[in-house]
Design a protein around this ligand. Structure first.
Ligand SMILES: Cc1ncc(COP(=O)(O)O)c(C=O)c1O
Length: 399
């Protein structure tokens, strides 16, 4: 097949949800990908925060091959035991905050959040879900209902009832919202898709205290922040916040579609047989890949690499902001979840287009910014090479 042929087939047969970039990706290796015509690009999006240890990571392809030859999906699925699943559970227990002692699996981030919301209602026997403005929790009807952005919600009204919103970072609003109907408070410890917003450390800690006092379960949506994306394995664990549910996906299996949610023993004890399930629920292939990814993150001390790369990024981006104060209004982020905010969406769009012309994929976020979230094991020279392309793109556009 040629790129042209691929474009024609996808454009003809795929549901028209995306404005697509006319590039057909054939293969990848580490931070690089190649299109069908052999052109090389650098990926600063890691497939939207997913390929956390790079494209075609050998430990992933090995896990896929080894497990693929043995067992993909158990007879009676989750009703039978699996050494691949037990292996993943053991490794997850080592990296999760220690108060979270039970885990279940999903196929995506939205599905993990959906389950946590549903189950929080069961545990508390309450209905209301509190979320935050500008949040992103997924695209199923319940997670779109929990997402605090009009663009993801308004076309689908009426959404699910009993969802309410408070300002991210505002404790007074949260305290006022926490009443006897509030089953769950769902929050990203750092908002990702909403534009990379970091609350104060004290906010998350105090929010947890308020939720506990009110009998409301706190759900940390670590779908984007988990697995070293911002440095530590999980933000909530690093901050010592004892949430009731922690949801995961994206980086958990480095590109294989997989998700999970962890909970406290107390929460787990409130469930009955049949409260949740799913056809795949800990599919051995996904488990084997996730196990390999997490082991790689730990053994290679990837969180240290992330902290080092954060310093380089913020320093370089800070220089851009000083050089182009009228065009760049803010730079922010943690670890390798970073955002360069421009004065207008037009500027962000032009810079992002220029980056692609020069062989770098970046992600325009919320119109106004560019999110930088490459693979977490990126090497210093690769990072600097990508940042140099971004700088040239900014110079070309801003002048
Ligand atoms: C914080 C957060 N939660 C949930 C999701 C939804 O995950 P998925 O696309 O795997 O359903 C995303 C996706 O971007 C996310 O960033």
């Amino acid at each position: 097949m040629s790129s042209q042929n691929t474009f024609e087939i996808e454009d003809k047969y795929m549901a028209p949800f995306f404005v697509k970039q006319k590039i057909s990706i054939d293969r990848g290796e580490g931070i690089f990908v190649w299109d069908e015509d052999g052109n090389r690009y650098m990926d600063f999006t890691s497939g939207w925060g997913v390929t956390c240890i790079g494209h075609a990571a050998p430990v992933i392809t090995e896990a896929l091959a080894v497990q693929g030859k043995k067992m993909l999906q158990n007879p009676n699925s989750g009703l039978t035991y699996s050494p691949a699943r037990a292996g993943l559970l053991s490794v997850l227990m080592k990296v999760l905050p220690s108060h979270l002692t039970r885990i279940f699996f999903s196929n995506s981030g939205a599905e993990a959040n959906d389950a946590a919301i549903k189950l929080a209602r069961k545990v508390t026997n309450r209905l209301d879900v509190i979320s935050t403005h500008q949040s992103f929790h997924g695209r199923t009807i319940s997670t779109a209902s929990a997402t605090g952005q009009a663009s993801h919600r308004e076309k689908f009204n009426p959404l699910m009832p009993n969802y309410r919103f408070v300002t991210y970072g505002n404790l007074e609003e949260l305290e006022a919202a926490l009443d006897e109907n509030a089953a769950a408070f769902i929050i990203e410890p750092i908002q990702g898709e909403g534009g990379v917003h970091i609350p104060s450390r004290e906010y998350l800690k105090k929010a947890q205290g308020l939720c506990r006092k009110n009998g409301t379960l706190m759900i940390a949506d670590e779908v984007q922040t988990g697995f070293c994306r911002t440095g530590p394995m999980f933000v909530s664990g690093h901050l010592g916040i004892e949430v009731d549910f922690l949801t995961m996906a994206k980086g958990i299996a480095g590109g294989f579609p997989f998700g999970a949610f962890a909970m406290t023993e107390k929460v787990a004890q409130a469930f009955e047989i049949g409260d949740h399930g799913g056809t795949y629920c800990g599919n051995p292939l996904g488990c084997a890949v996730a196990h390999a990814v997490i082991q790689y993150l730990v053994e290679n001390k990837v969180s240290e690499n992330v902290a080092h790369m954060e310093t380089i990024c913020l320093e370089t981006m800070g220089q851009w902001k000083n050089r182009f104060p009228a065009a760049i209004v803010d730079i922010r982020g943690k670890g390798l979840l970073l955002m360069v905010e421009f004065a207008t969406p037009d500027l962000a769009g032009k810079v992002s287009d220029e980056c692609l012309k020069q062989g770098l994929f970046v992600r325009q976020t919320q119109g106004i910014g560019i999110r930088v979230f490459p693979a977490l094991n990126i090497r210093e020279e690769e990072l600097k090479q990508g940042l140099a392309i971004m700088q040239t793109a900014i110079e070309t556009v801003v002048g």
